[in-house]
Design a protein around this ligand. Structure first.
Ligand code: PDD
Length: 285
């Protein structure tokens, strides 16, 4: 059945939706995005996603076409029109359409605003029960990974390399160690229970799920270290996991063919997933 999507102020059937071939999102990846999970027809961590959207826009001197309240209403309307009980909503804003030129257009262009839904299980998935396998690849992305832009070609290539290697995802590595996954933040748990994840900087995306999960870590009185960790340290970990809007807290049971812990989702990871999802359900709007 055809979905209803939102394009520049209108709700239209996906077959009827179109944007300009001159759109700078299409030509230059001059666009930012957010992905928000839907649980029980409600939005998870919505306000925080919209705060990050505002920051991404302002870092790129891009206009915000509608207010957060309007965006909330559009999200809810799409949930209703597409009967989304569980899944995600994708939102993208580009600088708009203009003659192709590396410089931003002189006159203010109308930003392009697109939203669509994807129905899928997010809370109870086979991957969360068994854990996933990752490979590592060099982090070859640009230097402002803290801005959520649609320049996703390198992460997409890394994901394909993982699939070719029989794994599920790739974690990227720079001179200091593991930065993050292709579309998630990376964590390890050491034998003494310490949880390690890369500190925030221009090198990684400040994950919204990361922020909420770190609050759970604090509530559970677990020890957290926000710092770089090497591949060797990751291989010696007893548990590993990633966080993202659609994966929540996802166990990682193998890194580069090396089994982590007992090759099954670990107890700390499982507990964090459970608590985060409960929290997400309780606070969804
Ligand atoms: N990706 N790091 C990167 C590079 C990401 O693309 C994402 C999210 C995250 C996790 O952020 P959050 O917890 O706010 O989802 C970290 C989304 C889900 C995607 O591209 O589909």
């Amino acid at each position: 059945m055809s979905r209803t999507v939102f394009v520049n102020g209108e709700y239209v059937a996906e077959e009827q939706a179109h944007i300009s071939v001159f759109d700078r999102g299409f030509l230059f990846a001059d666009a930012v995005y957010e992905v928000t999970a839907v649980l029980n027809r409600k939005l998870v961590d919505f306000t925080q996603h919209m705060e990050r959207l505002d920051r991404s826009l302002s870092e790129l001197a891009m206009a915000q076409p509608v207010s957060t309240d309007e965006l909330r209403a559009i999200h809810h309307e799409l949930i209703a029109r597409n009967d989304v009980d569980e899944g995600l909503i994708y939102l993208q804003i580009s600088r708009g359409a203009a003659d192709r030129d590396f410089a931003f257009p002189d006159e203010d262009t109308e930003p392009t605003l697109v939203l669509f839904t994807q129905v899928r299980a997010v809370a109870d998935t086979p991957a969360a029960r068994t854990g996933i396998r990752v490979i590592t690849v060099p982090d070859k992305r640009w230097g402002r990974r803290d801005i959520k832009t649609v320049q996703l070609l390198y992460p997409s290539l890394a994901k394909m390399e993982a699939k070719r290697a029989g794994a599920d995802d790739a974690w990227m590595v720079d001179e200091q160690g593991i930065t993050e996954g292709t579309s998630n933040n990376a964590y390890i748990v050491l034998a003494d229970g310490r949880i390690i994840t890369r500190q925030l900087s221009h090198d990684i995306l400040p994950g919204i799920t990361r922020r909420s999960v770190l609050r759970c870590v604090n509530d559970m009185q677990l020890t957290l270290e926000e710092r770089a960790f090497s591949l060797d340290e990751a291989r010696s970990a007893t548990e590993a996991f990633f966080t993202s809007a659609t994966g929540f807290v996802m166990p990682v049971v193998e890194i580069d063919g090396h089994t982590i812990g007992h090759g099954k989702p670990g107890p700390i990871t499982n507990r964090l997933r459970e608590i985060y999802i409960q929290d997400a359900r309780d606070n969804a709007e």
